[in-house]
Design a protein around this ligand. Structure first.
Ligand SMILES: [Zn+2]
Ligand SMILES: [Zn+2]
Length: 342
């Protein structure tokens, strides 16, 4: 069925184009350009907006390119922009299986906003999570040491918490405070215990020295898992299996020891749904299942369109027979918080 709904406004059209581009991981720079234009329009002085509308002079506005201009003009004329029609037509279901499990998931424990290396503001991530039927979403931006990703200091994290409180006052879905905290070389977490204690959910991940020897990596990961503030062990092998960031082999560690620690310390093993990660690999998901671990199926979304990636994780988890009751995002949010804050 062709979706021929006319977008409500030029910025809605631009954001929808970004959504479909991000969902297909096709072109993040192009997606960013459309999203930036949407913001320029939203923030434009109404008189200036009216003037450009009148004279069709959108291309004179700094930051608005020819593709965006065509989208704006079509949307203002009450038509579906060609670019939007094209990306809508190209959008296919992400998976053929895993839908039963997907229907049981209530939220997402791992996503990024523009505060770190995501491309959209908090409010847009929340709005999309709501459209997807989530009951909650956990915002997990990066920690200070990941400077390339503009990791949040304790002060910025606290400020984000205040904004989340504000969003929660108007949002129909729960927005939970979280972090994707770096696991330092020592196994310590890259944020103060007080800052971590103020959060609802802590995802801990290795982002550096991924190729260190197996013994050091095992110590490091077990150290993080044993930290009482850790709830989820993020993308445990760090592998990259496809895509523009190149390929990366799995980190080496004693998975039996690490997953046994996850079980003992009540930490969920993340099934990272990003198509270029598919982390952990299947044999390790099976190992964690046989050890009796909890799991969290996460998108690690860096843009609203990527919040649909839960489908990918569900396809894998369902095909590997992970019992839904051992997947923490099937739990009601109160039970989730009891577990994560307990
Ligand atoms: Zn990460
Ligand atoms: Zn992440």
């Amino acid at each position: 069925m062709v979706d021929d709904r006319v977008p409500a406004s030029p910025s809605a059209a631009l954001r929808e184009i970004s959504y479909w581009l991000d969902r297909s991981l096709s072109d993040s720079r192009r997606s960013m350009a459309f999203r930036t234009t949407a913001r320029i329009l939203d923030e434009m002085d109404p008189e200036e907006y009216a003037r450009h509308r009148e004279s069709g002079s959108w291309s004179e506005v700094p930051g608005i390119g020819p593709s965006s201009t065509a989208v704006i003009e079509a949307a203002l004329a009450g038509r579906v922009p060609d670019y939007l029609a094209k990306v809508r037509a190209a959008a296919k279901p992400l998976t053929m299986t895993g839908h039963e499990l997907r229907a049981q998931l209530r939220g997402d424990l791992h996503c990024h906003t523009e505060e770190s290396d995501g491309s959209a503001p908090l409010e847009e991530m929340v709005a999309t999570a709501q459209l997807l039927g989530h009951e909650y979403i956990v915002i997990t931006d990066h920690s200070p040491r990941l400077t390339v990703a503009h990791g949040l200091t304790a002060e910025r994290l606290a400020a984000q918490g205040v904004r989340i409180d504000e969003v929660n006052e108007v949002s129909p879905i729960r927005v939970l405070k979280g972090i994707e905290v770096d696991i330092l070389d020592t196994g310590a977490l890259d944020q103060s215990p007080a800052a971590l204690a103020a959060l609802d959910v802590v995802v801990a991940s290795v982002h550096s020295k991924l190729s260190q020897d197996a013994e050091s990596m095992t110590h490091r990961m077990v150290g993080a898992v044993a930290n009482p503030r850790t709830n989820v062990l993020g993308h445990c092998t760090g592998r990259l299996v496809r895509g523009g960031r190149g390929l990366r082999t799995e980190s080496r560690f004693d998975a039996e020891v690490v997953f046994e620690a996850c079980r003992q310390f009540d930490v969920a093993v993340e099934i990272n749904s990003r198509p270029e990660r598919r982390d952990p690999p299947s044999r390790l998901i099976e190992l964690a299942r046989s050890i009796g671990c909890l799991f969290s199926i996460d998108t690690d979304a860096h843009a609203p369109g990527q919040l649909e990636f839960l489908d990918y994780g569900c396809e894998r988890a369902q095909s590997m027979g992970i019992p839904p009751e051992r997947i923490v995002n099937t739990w009601p949010v109160d039970r989730l918080l009891e577990w994560s804050k307990g």
